[in-house]
Write a protein that binds this ligand. Structure first.
Ligand code: IYR
Length: 222
C-alpha cells in the first residue's frame, strides 16, 4: 500500500454563484433524510448498493489505511439470524441494561426491542472497523484514527444512499459481537453499525424532531 508518487491535483472551481447554488441544493436534499424503522420488502438493485459502497470507499482515512469492511446482505436466512441475535441483545437493553435516563432520551423515538426492519429491508450493510490491516506478506499493521475514519465512510455512505433515493437507518444493537460470528469476520474487526437499506413501507412514520439552528451548532470567528 506504498504510494510515494505525486501527481497534479485536478480541481475545477465553480463560480461563487454556482457554489452558493450547489451548497444550498445539497442542504435541501440532505435535510430531507430521516432514519427509517419501517421498511418495505421491495427489492433494490445490487448495482445501486455497489456504487454507494464505492462512494464510502472513497472516504479519507488515517494514513489512507481504509480501516473498514462492508458485509452486504440480502440473504433471508442471514437476515433472520441477525434479527434474532439483535433482538436478544435489545431485550436485555430495554429490560435492564439501559438506565432510566437513556430510556427517557429514547422515548420520543418510540423504539423498542422489536427489529422487524432487519428482515424487511432488502439489504443490510454491516460495517466493520478494522483495528489492523494485514499486508501481502501477512504482516500486521496498526490502523490509525479508525473510529473517525469509519464514521466518515459511514457518512459518505448514508449521503450516497439518500442521494440515490433510498431510505436508511443507523442501527447499533449493543453489544454487536454476535455479528463477527454470524458473518464470519475475524477478531481483529469490530462491528461498527448496521445500515438497513431500502424503501420505507407505505405507512412508515417518523418521529417529529428538530435540528439545531446554525447559530447554535457553529461559532464563527472572522
Ligand atoms: N440500540 C437500541 C437503542 C437505541 C439507542 C440509541 I443512542 C438510538 O438513537 C436509538 C436506539 C435500539 O436500536 O433500539
Amino acid at each position: 500500500m506504498h504510494e510515494d508518487a505525486f501527481k497534479p491535483l485536478r480541481f475545477d472551481p465553480y463560480s461563487d454563484e454556482e457554489m452558493r447554488q450547489r451548497a444550498m441544493e445539497y442542504f435541501e436534499k440532505m435535510r430531507t433524510r430521516r432514519s427509517v424503522r419501517e421498511f418495505s420488502t421491495r427489492d433494490v438493485p445490487r448495482e445501486v448498493i455497489e456504487n454507494c459502497l464505492r462512494t464510502a470507499g472513497s472516504a479519507p482515512s488515517g494514513a489512507n489505511m481504509q480501516p473498514w469492511h462492508f458485509v452486504v446482505i440480502s440473504n433471508r436466512e442471514l437476515k433472520r439470524k441477525i434479527r434474532e441475535a439483535a433482538e436478544e441483545e435489545e431485550r436485555a437493553f430495554y429490560d435492564h441494561r439501559a438506565g432510566d435516563e437513556w430510556l427517557e432520551a429514547l422515548a420520543p423515538l418510540g423504539t423498542d426491542a422489536q427489529k422487524p426492519f432487519l428482515e424487511d429491508a432488502p439489504w443490510l450493510i454491516v460495517v466493520f472497523l478494522k483495528k489492523f490491516t494485514f499486508d501481502e506478506q501477512g504482516k500486521k499493521h496498526k490502523n490509525y484514527y479508525t473510529a473517525e475514519s469509519v464514521g466518515i465512510a459511514c457518512g459518505f455512505l448514508l449521503g450516497a444512499l439518500h442521494w440515490a433515493g433510498l431510505a436508511t437507518l443507523t442501527h447499533t444493537p449493543s453489544p454487536m459481537k454476535f455479528l463477527n460470528e454470524v458473518l464470519e469476520r475475524p477478531k481483529t474487526e469490530r462491528a461498527y453499525m448496521i445500515i438497513p437499506v431500502g424503501y420505507p413501507s407505505r405507512d412508515a412514520q417518523v418521529p417529529v424532531i428538530t435540528k439545531e439552528r446554525l447559530g447554535d451548532i457553529a461559532t464563527f470567528k472572522t
